[in-house]
Design a protein around this ligand. Structure first.
Ligand code: ADP
Ligand code: MG
Length: 270
């Protein structure tokens, strides 16, 4: 007897944020964010600086707890878990931090091996094999013995990406993966994000300012404003939005309020 009357068109979310609120002192950063992220999809989160995009990612990674609301990974509510119980979940969520955050005193190879040493009991040979595999995936196998300081900004991002995926996570969080890179190096990162999704069906959540990158990699686009979800749509529909705030963001024009603050007039370049 088939009792399954569930809607088969929409898969179960792998990550859920339910009415998440977060303040720091008197600063209300997230004001009731509810979002579901679906397996295998790449969702790009756009929004001006200081909107709480990094704060949102940190809630998903279990690095911050909401003041109110819930965070779920598959069937587990994670915002109330102890550090100890979070361990195995963290292994399934890779995080590419905004500043790459490599350990300067370790070689590239040691940086990438670090999560495997901390979170698994894998034998050294297996660890080395996996480190080589992910470095190869990002095209930097020849840097395994180098120190992070010897690498360019783009290479550091790629090493950080290799470290984020070394545990073979189900979800990868990318915080501004192309910020500060020139267009060619940005494109290498975009292609790696696409390749990873294609080859491992990973769920990607990407925070960025970079519109070219957003439209290149997104299956779905979300825009945050004032601590809430302003728009959540396909890239195609996003481009044709009639929402004036989103239009201004897409055309690269600043908010009139911001321009007033610096004596500008709110006119675009063109
Ligand atoms: N740990 C923290 N303590 C206090 N304030 C914070 C903390 N983390 C972030 N903030 C503040 O919250 C706001 C949102 O930050 P963030 O999520 O980093 O913005 P963005 O959207 O640029 O990534 C900023 O005003 C930031 O200064
Ligand atoms: Mg940020």
């Amino acid at each position: 007897m088939d009792k399954d009357t569930g809607n088969k068109e929409s898969p179960r979310p792998i990550i859920r944020l339910i009415d998440v609120h977060k303040s720091f002192g008197t600063l209300d950063v997230l004001r009731g964010v509810s979002l579901d992220f679906y397996p295998g999809e790449t969702t790009v989160v756009l929004g001006p600086s200081g909107e709480g995009k990094s704060v949102m990612l940190k809630h998903i990674a279990g690095l911050l707890q909401p003041d109110r609301g819930e965070v779920w990974f598959e069937n587990t509510r994670i915002d109330t878990l102890s550090e100890q119980k979070l361990g195995p979940i963290r292994g399934q969520i890779g995080f590419l931090f905004q500043q790459s955050a490599l350990f300067d005193s370790m070689t590239v190879g040691e940086n990438i091996a670090f999560p495997l040493r901390q979170l698994t009991k894998l034998h050294r040979d297996k660890i080395n094999q996996r480190v080589y595999e992910v470095l190869n995936m990002v095209g930097l196998a020849n840097t395994i013995e180098k120190m992070p300081a010897e690498l360019s900004g783009g290479q550091r991002k790629r090493v950080a990406l290799a470290r984020a995926i070394v545990m073979n996570p189900k979800v990868v969080l990318y915080d501004e993966p192309t910020t500060g890179l020139d267009p060619i190096r940005s494109d290498v990162i975009n292609e790696l994000i696409l390749k990873l999704q294609r080859e491992t069906h990973v769920t990607g959540i990407v925070v960025t300012h970079d519109l070219a990158s957003a439209f290149r990699i997104a299956d779905r686009l979300i825009m945050l404003q004032h601590g809430n979800v302003l728009l959540d749509d396909t890239p195609e529909r996003f481009r044709h939005t009639t929402d004036p705030v989103v239009q201004r963001f897409l055309s690269g024009e600043a908010d009139p309020e911001e321009l007033a603050g610096i004596g500008g007039r709110g006119e675009g370049k063109r």
